[in-house]
Design a protein around this ligand. Structure first.
Ligand SMILES: [Ca+2]
Ligand SMILES: [Ca+2]
Length: 480
């Protein structure tokens, strides 16, 4: 019988039911905490997990053949045995779904490419990895970074697998399940009773349940095997592979080792383009304010991207900016955005609007930039303006995801708290209302805002307290 601690495993077209780790005779309700932590999982807990389906009619649950993992907004890593010989038009991918039975046909994503690893050998099961390219990048998905460290996972480390149990009777809704497994590779690179041709520690990860008595194949073929790093970030270490031993007691699961194939994945996706964005800040009258000029990649990769940056006062004067004028910047694996800090000096001198150039050089793991960025300093000094405190709402252009930091400033510090209300508008619709509070003495309040989609937005100050002048210009946000 299927229990809560059971994950079904779909292997090479066969649906195998994998026994849970409950001791013989133990009932689910009375057993101690099982080693096999198999059970339903919400997609939010493993948001990069996708289902790979055959194109067709009827419930997505019945056409699901494999799992996969979003490694980039347009790319899924899966198992070669799932997709070898198939054309893109024969396959679909479902993202952000917990229950496949509830997926609308319109939510099934089409593919533009199926790329099987050139060394894939279906007889020996070697290099059993493939990449699926979605027709368009998805803005509402979460990707996971790929492990590139051959020493990860460590011996005995807890790992997690995720997949949809393929429904054999077609009656149950097909709901995402997950289980905890352990890295069971032993000294000498051995995995249970597997022979050297069945398990190669250079290309495989050995994972299963520590008691060794239970089945060890958990999650659908092609799906993710995930490690949790110190600090809590998760990283993809394996791709659930095909093995005819799946389900045999005492045989750990054999996974494709992601660190071995990370270079191929990186090459298949392609080196990302790096761009530098624009930012606008209101100068202020006193002190300094640090503005973060966004830098983004066209897509996340498994590599750390490094660049050197240089800030030059283009039309600005040298004393309009302060702090470091050069530096180095890293974009971590899986991330697409970082920021270059530029510190602007406030004054009360009426001036032109000034431009600061922001350039990047010496790119590692990214292609030469498409453009250099700009920081515009809007002067806020008017002869005879009388010393009122002016609110500034800046602008930002970014492309590294849907989160931005909008510069919001006061022209000078005041001795009490100031709260203003900003409204983010797109196409006449209010998207979000944000309250921004400046503590006494505070002049900079960069506001983190997460937009629902790419596109252009306006930001208007709707509630400005007495004693503060409303900004002359609306702020803008452009997310590419
Ligand atoms: Ca000023
Ligand atoms: Ca000025």
């Amino acid at each position: 019988m299927l229990g809560r601690n059971v994950i079904r495993c779909l292997v090479a077209g066969l649906t195998l039911v994998v026994a849970g780790a409950l001791p013989a005779g133990a009932s689910e309700e009375t057993s101690p905490e099982p080693i096999v932590d198999g059970g339903p999982v919400a997609i939010e807990d493993a948001p990069w997990t996708v289902a790979v389906l055959l194109a067709g009619n009827g419930s997505a649950a019945k056409r699901q053949v494999c799992g996969g993992t979003l490694v980039q907004r347009q790319w899924v890593l899966t198992a070669a045995n799932c997709v070898a010989g198939r054309r893109p038009s024969e396959l679909r991918v479902v993202v952000n779904a917990t229950t496949l039975g509830a997926v609308e046909p319109s939510a099934e994503l089409r593919l533009s490419r199926v790329v099987v690893h050139p060394d894939y050998n279906p007889v020996q099961g070697t290099a059993d990895v493939a990449m699926l390219k979605l027709r368009s990048p998805q803005s509402t998905v979460t990707t996971i970074a790929l492990n590139d460290d051959a020493a990860v996972p460590a011996s005995g480390e807890d790992l997690a697998v995720f997949g949809w149990g393929a429904s054999t009777d077609g009656k149950q809704p097909s709901t995402l399940r997950g289980a905890i497994v352990q890295n069971l590779e032993t000294a000498g690179g051995l995995c249970g009773p597997y022979s050297g041709t069945e398990y190669n520690s250079l290309a495989n990860v050995c994972a299963g349940y520590a008691d060794g008595a239970a089945a060890t194949c958990a999650g659908d073929n092609g799906g993710p095997l995930v490690a949790t790093q110190r600090g809590g970030a998760r990283i993809l270490v394996g791709v659930t592979g095909a093995t005819d031993r799946c389900g045999d007691p005492g045989y750990p699961g054999v996974y494709q080792r992601v660190s071995t194939y990370e270079g191929w994945v990186f090459a298949t996706i392609g080196t990302p383009d790096l761009s530098v964005g624009q930012a606008v800040v209101v100068e202020g009258d006193t002190d300094t304010r640090t503005v973060r000029v966004p830098v983004w990649l066209s897509h996340a990769t498994s590599r750390t991207v490094r660049v050197r940056w240089q800030v030059t006062p283009f039309t600005a004067q040298a004393n309009d900016i302060t702090g470091d004028l050069t530096g180095e910047l890293e974009i971590a694996p899986g991330e697409t955005q970082a920021y270059i800090p530029v510190t602007v000096v406030g004054d009360t001198i009426p001036e032109q609007t000034e431009q600061v150039a922001v350039r990047v050089t010496s790119l590692q793991n990214a292609k030469r930039l498409k453009r250099s960025g700009r920081l515009r300093i809007n002067d806020d000094d008017v002869v005879g303006s009388g010393g009122a405190v002016r609110l500034g709402v800046g602008s930002v252009t970014s492309g590294g995801g849907l989160g931005v930091r909008l510069p919001v400033t006061l022209s000078r510090p005041v001795d009490h708290k100031v709260t203003v209300t900003l409204v983010v508008v797109a196409k006449g619709q209010t998207i979000e209302t944000v309250n921004v509070s400046f503590a006494a003495g505070d002049v900079d309040r960069p506001v983190p805002i997460v937009l629902p989609t790419t596109g252009g937005y306006r930001v208007r100050a709707t509630v400005v307290p007495p004693g503060v002048e409303a900004p002359v210009d609306q702020g803008t946000i452009l997310v590419k």
